[in-house]
Design a protein around this ligand. Structure first.
Ligand code: TYD
Ligand code: MG
Length: 461
């Protein structure tokens, strides 16, 4: 085909480029991940590449430094979607000209979320490009979501040059790509989904977005260890990276901001997968907690912070005498190393004899908790199961537990207490070091301060 052909080896895990094949990637350590890809000389650009007249003249302009005080600020108008959760993670709506990458495991609901957004912007022209499903399949999904979407166009195409030809004709207000791994540019000979193709297609889409000020959403696959498939540089190239996560067998999904040039990265959106698509969950605490009576032992509620939002999570333990010599420990939704640490602290500092017991631990609702503020609730649930005495359902906890058995303060304590009060809890246990400067009687809830873990059993039962 082309006269000048350039070849290089790329690590398919992280995108590292190398002139020769290597058994082990020097950058990410993956074995046998280098694949030779043919890169055509890019200087011989073909017809149909995204090259608007504006862009051509732009590249000829010579940039001059300007004084920062002379730069005029134009208030960029974000497009708010009807999806509040998405607006929140994007930092207030879709930014014109931004490129957003959405990653997540297969079947988690990425295509559903994107189609839902495409169909719920009736005043905007949305072009949904799918390289994964046929137009018929997308229509069926649209019917399921039950939205009209008068101005949403569907294109099933994987060649970027063809896509740009359609884009130039239609001039959409929003371009959605499902998924970046299925696209290929005719400028390269490498197969779709290979590192060089993913990079090139992303670069073309970014160029298009920046020149025309059109926002672009791209869906990206993730690898088995949870990283976005393709090169890490992909994440550097785009403006915003969102991660869609959750347990596929549970109905809750969390949309998390991993990177955002136009807003905070500590935001999350919560959805529930129901029969007709993804439903926004605006009050997650109430759903994550199972309805229960007061007679079950081994359950305690912790107030955690996910992103910027306080959430109530339910910790459940089952402590039973071990029949085998080696006690089993299993944990769901909580780091098992941390669980072992808390068990050791309970044994050593509070005198609970759980060394020879099996301990099964679970966070309900398929939630994964990393906030250490759950520690005290975990300990309370273990004590409750081991003593077979229930913790009142009116009580919740928010504190970290240290190796010395000390109950430590956690951040945003006011937010946590207020959330517990708002949801009607009567009492919250916090570290006595967390309440300095707080007027405890301002809250509509009793705040119990605790300094050492060994006081917990006496306070509760
Ligand atoms: P999908 O959006 O295809 O996932 P992804 O694009 O991330 O691979 O989601 C598919 C799953 O969602 C599938 O298991 C069925 C489920 N689903 C529902 O439960 N309700 C719905 O209304 C829709 C459209 C899908
Ligand atoms: Mg999909």
């Amino acid at each position: 085909m082309a006269k000048k052909v350039k070849k290089a080896f790329f690590c398919q895990e992280c995108g590292t480029e190398s002139a020769k094949w290597q058994g082990k990637c020097p950058s990410c350590g993956a074995w046998n991940s280098f694949v030779e890809e043919v890169i055509e000389d890019i200087s011989t650009q073909k017809k149909g590449d995204w090259k608007s007249p504006a862009f051509v003249s732009d590249t000829k302009k010579v940039g001059k430094p300007v004084l920062i005080k002379d730069i005029a600020i134009e208030e960029e108008e974000r497009v708010a979607t009807i999806d509040d959760e998405l607006n929140r993670v994007l930092g207030g709506g879709i930014m014109p000209g931004s490129v957003v990458l959405i990653g997540g495991e297969p079947g988690i609901g990425k295509s559903t979320l994107m189609l839902q957004i495409a169909l719920s912007l009736p005043t905007k022209k949305v072009l949904y490009v799918s390289g994964e499903e046929s137009a018929h399949q997308i229509k069926l999904r649209g019917e399921r979501i039950d939205k009209e979407g008068g101005s949403c166009l569907i294109l099933t195409e994987t060649n970027t040059q063809q896509i740009f030809t359609q884009v130039e004709e239609e001039k959409p207000d929003l371009l959605i790509i499902d998924s970046i791994q299925t696209l290929s540019s005719s400028l390269l000979e490498a197969a779709a989904g290979s590192v060089s193709q993913v990079k090139e297609c992303t670069a073309e889409l970014i160029r298009y977005a920046k020149e025309t000020n059109t926002p672009v959403f791209m869906i990206g696959h993730i690898t088995k260890d949870g990283n976005l498939a393709g090169p890490k540089v992909l994440e550097h190239m785009v403006d915003t990276v969102l991660q869609f996560e959750g347990d596929r067998h549970m109905s809750y999904r969390i949309l998390r901001t991993v990177k955002n040039r136009f807003g905070s990265t500590s935001e999350i959106g919560i959805y529930e997968m129901v029969n007709n698509g993804l439903r926004q969950v605006s009050n997650p605490s109430e759903i994550l907690i199972s309805q229960r009576d007061d007679t079950l032992s081994g359950i305690a509620i912790g107030v955690i912070i996910e992103g910027n939002r306080p959430l109530l999570a339910e910790a459940q333990s089952l402590v039973t005498p071990s029949v085998y010599g080696n006690p089993q420990r299993s944990s769901n939704g909580f780091d098992s190393k941390r669980l072992n640490m808390l068990l050791a602290v309970l044994e050593k500092r509070s005198g609970y004899k759980i060394n020879f017991s099996d301990v099964f631990f679970n966070i309900t609702g398929g939630l994964k908790v990393e906030d250490p503020a759950i520690d005290l609730a975990v300990c309370a649930s273990i004590i409750s199961s081991s003593e077979d005495y229930p913790v009142s359902s009116q009580i919740c906890f928010a504190a970290e537990v240290g190796l010395g058995g000390e109950v430590r303060a956690v951040n945003h304590i006011e937010k946590r207490i207020s959330e517990a009060a708002r949801l009607g809890y009567r009492e919250i246990y916090v570290s006595k070091y967390a309440t300095k400067g707080l007027k405890l009687d301002q809250f509509d809830i009793r705040v119990t301060e605790i300094g050492k873990l060994n006081e917990l059993g006496d306070l509760l039962f």
